[in-house]
Design a protein. Structure first.
Length: 166
């Protein structure tokens, strides 16, 4: 589990720009970097994001066989199934990013997405659709950022983040 999440260079600026550019829809990206054990951070594991891999949100309810409306409907039931409240990253894009990262001796650490109208916490949908242990970074429409560790079959945990630069 990461002890501290850090964004290298301009990676946080790039992340905010890319995710918020598609508002009112959710934006999404992959986070590439490395894990380091650091004495500088009291022996905690530092997960360093060196690069943001912007992705297109390919969410379509039909892709995932969702034809029923969710139980927690908003005023506009179709909006609950729209890209305004959901995101999906193309699996082929994920494979391409993993291969590219391997060549650079880094790896895909997790995902990031925006909540244009929500808070910077994983939604029930985010948690339900999370399939493996990973980092999830969420950016709100106002640009607030939070990092989360999503362990298998356990509650999500908010991550400590290094001093964030706007």
């Amino acid at each position: 589990m990461p002890g501290l999440l850090n964004f290298d260079g301009d990676s946080l600026i790039v992340l905010r720009h890319n995710l918020l550019a598609v508002s009112p829809e959710e934006g999404c990206a992959l986070l590439l970097g490395e894990q380091k054990d650091s004495q500088e951070f009291q022996g905690e594991s530092l997960w360093n994001i060196r690069m943001v891999w912007p992705c297109c949100n390919i969410w379509e309810p039909e892709i995932f066989g969702l034809r029923e409306l969710p139980k927690e409907q908003s005023k506009d039931p179709l909006e609950d199934l729209s890209r305004k409240k959901r995101f999906a990253i193309d699996p082929l894009e994920q494979i391409h990013a993993q291969r590219w990262a391997r060549k650079k001796n880094i790896k895909v650490l997790g995902t990031a997405h925006s909540h244009p109208f929500g808070n910077a916490e994983p939604s029930l949908i985010d948690l339900k659709w999370s399939f493996c242990e990973s980092i999830m970074v969420i950016i709100t429409g106002s640009g607030d950022v939070s990092g989360w560790w999503l362990p298998k079959n356990q509650p999500s945990q908010r991550l400590k983040m290094a001093a964030l630069k706007s």
